[in-house]
Design a protein around this ligand. Structure first.
Ligand code: UFG
Length: 330
């Protein structure tokens, strides 16, 4: 039986596909390649199609023997979601509901869902545990929270088993540097900083220096993409062994400010990275740092690349070797 990886040609999806293949899993990737890259897949069967199309999704389940689903497919840009909320609802929510309905119809038992720290919103204290209130500050986080709730109700009604994983800031690249992060447009801090180091951008803009943090810039918890991938495999094993439905944060429990990320990138690359101050980006909470104790105790998750310099180094190796990403400009 196969694991269906929705959005598996994207950044976190492709690293997870690699991890699952390493464990001998049979993989089917469903991706419309709007944001994903065919070249990011190191194996598995790619089925190109749009998960917003209910018939396409139902056919996947009718044609293939699917044991479980990992759902990564989503638009992910916080800033864009504030400008174009309906774009996020129509994609992130609709495609996920299609998957849930098709799973219920086919009696597919296991779902691992890619959620986000953006479900919490502006949290005053840290680290954040899973039972903190969820009050998103942007439509991106809101759409993920909406899907989380739909999953919980579907589980109650149809016996679906699920693990929801709330990622903090996914970053880094596979240590082989064969696959990595390639978004168009790129909006994430670490790849933008490294593109500025490579001279592909004139500078890195720091979005706001008047936040209530020690240096005034936003604090985030950066987590290596391969450690996220490991957690997805463990989540699947957790469900297969009949253990309970759960929601787990995935982060390193350490917060770094935008300025600290730039300083670390300068040390890793040995290059001076030009920077300029810019206004706050709408929707950005000041600080998001995870407690991942639950993922560690319940799933047996052990991050391997927790150090920020190591995370940036793997990203740097990918960017140096692939200055144009996968070269398909999407
Ligand atoms: N930032 C800059 N300049 C830039 C880009 C980003 O100063 O050019 C800042 C942002 O304002 C933010 C921090 O760097 O304070 C990190 O920004 P990212 O865009 O890299 O990441 P976000 O924290 O906005 O969002 C990411 C994921 C979300 C996830 C969230 C959870 O994109 O999916 O982490 O923390 F929900």
């Amino acid at each position: 039986m196969a694991i269906l990886v929705c959005g598996g040609a994207g950044y976190i999806g492709s690293h997870t596909v690699w991890e699952l293949l390493d464990h001998g899993e049979e993989i089917i990737v469903a991706d419309n390649l709007e944001k994903g890259h065919k070249a990011a897949l190191q194996g598995g069967k790619l089925i190109k199609g749009d998960l917003r199309d209910k018939e396409f999704v139902r056919k996947l389940f009718r044609k293939h023997d699917i044991e479980g689903v990992i759902n990564f497919a989503a638009y992910i840009e916080v800033g864009e979601s504030v400008q174009l909320p309906m774009k996020y609802y129509h994609n992130n929510v609709v495609l996920s509901l299609n998957i849930l309905e098709a799973m219920a119809e086919a009696h597919t038992p296991y779902l691992v869902f890619s959620s986000t720290a953006a479900t919490y919103g502006a949290v005053e204290t840290s680290p954040i545990t899973e039972d903190f209130p969820t009050i998103p500050t942007n439509p991106y986080g809101e759409t993920k929270l909406t899907v989380e709730k739909a999953i919980k109700w579907t589980a109650q009604a149809h016996g679906l088993k699920y693990v929801i994983l709330r990622y903090f800031n996914a970053s880094g690249a596979h240590p082989s540097s064969k696959i990595g992060e390639d978004h168009h447009p790129e909006t994430h801090l670490i790849p933008l900083v490294l593109q500025a180091a490579l001279g592909k951008r004139p500078s890195i803009k720091i979005f706001g220096n008047d936040y209530p943090t020690p240096d005034g810039t936003c604090i985030r918890d950066y987590i290596h993409v391969c450690d996220l991938a490991q957690a997805h495999y463990l989540a699947l094993q957790h469900l297969r062994s009949g253990k309970e439905n759960t929601t787990c944060n995935l982060g390193n429990g350490l917060g770094f400010s935008v300025k600290e990320v730039i300083e670390t990138a300068e040390k890793v690359t040995g290059l001076k990275i030009p920077q300029e101050m810019a206004p706050r980006r709408p929707g950005d909470p000041p600080a998001l740092v995870a407690s991942s104790d639950r993922a560690k105790s319940l799933l047996g998750w052990k991050p391997k690349y927790a150090d920020l310099a190591t995370i940036i180094e793997t990203a740097w190796n990918w960017h140096k070797n692939h200055p144009n990403g996968y070269g398909d400009k999407k």
